[in-house]
Design a protein around this ligand. Structure first.
Ligand code: PEP
Length: 250
């Protein structure tokens, strides 16, 4: 049985004070018997302050992105060593906003994933189709391409450090959540794909999160799907009560 994994991506929101307050409310409200692993993903500038709040608690700390070089003349970028130094345990790669707003390619995303694993950090690899791709029947083709580009050639030990987040782009920040059938079908497809690339045991161990307008009132049904092992949450993670409501649905 895979333990649910619920992560809150705060994106480009929150002052340091707001992020600290949010983390404090979350730590306070989190039941000691919560049925899920829980993580917060503040922006780089809030990581140090949030670290002070979550250290010694069950809340994991992640970063929204990373650069694949170790150090040097890469103005504006943050390396894996810097993330580790700040107490970060994992980072997102391939979030749809980085793919479709910033223009990151599968090749860049893979370099970031490799850099994180080389630094012994965990990864949440985000994949998902655009609305036009779903409408043209290309969802599985897109998932195939993005998953293969992301994890082909990893060892089983490396794969254990990777969580995949299925995030249909049309459902992110739009209030349009995927139906439980759409989510389950995409997650099952991803798990079968991972099994075909690695082993069934590797695929059975992998946690696949759903992301896209997850709220307290839809989390329970989504998380009840056999291949939905958690949630990557944007908007609803910015308020402690709604994020805690989602965790309660796990
Ligand atoms: C996300 O940022 O990954 C996300 C799923 O956002 P939202 O929950 O707001 O749709």
């Amino acid at each position: 049985m895979r333990k649910a994994y619920v992560a809150g991506n705060w994106k480009m929101n929150c002052t340091i004070q707001e992020a600290t307050d949010l983390a404090k409310e979350l730590v306070k409200g989190l039941a000691s018997d919560a049925n899920a692993d829980v993580a917060v993903i503040p922006s780089f500038l809030q990581i140090a302050a949030v670290k002070e709040v979550v250290k010694g608690t069950a809340v994991k700390l992640g970063a929204q992105d990373v650069y694949f070089e170790n150090n040097g003349a890469f103005t504006g970028e943050i390396s894996t060593a810097m993330l580790k130094d700040a107490g970060v345990e994992f980072a997102l790669v391939g979030h749809s906003e980085r793919r479709h707003v910033i223009g990151e390619t599968d090749a860049i995303i893979r370099k970031k994933l490799d850099a994180l694993l080389a630094a012994d950090l965990e990864v949440i690899l985000c994949v998902g189709e655009l609305l036009s791709e779903r409408e043209s029947g290309d969802t599985e083709k897109v998932l195939d391409t993005q998953v293969k580009a992301g994890i082909t050639g990893l060892s089983s030990a490396q794969l254990e450090k990777v969580t995949i987040a299925y995030e249909p782009v049309w459902a992110i920040g739009t209030g349009k959540v995927a139906s439980t059938e759409q989510a389950q079908s995409a997650h099952k497809y991803i798990r079968e794909l991972v099994a075909s690339m690695f082993t069934q045991e590797d695929a059975d161990k992998m946690r696949i999160q759903y992301g896209g307008s997850v709220k307290p009132d839809n989390a329970k049904d989504l998380l009840a799907q056999p291949d939905v092992d958690g949630a990557l949450v944007g908007g609803a993670a910015l308020k402690a009560d709604s994020f805690l409501g989602i965790i309660a649905g796990a």
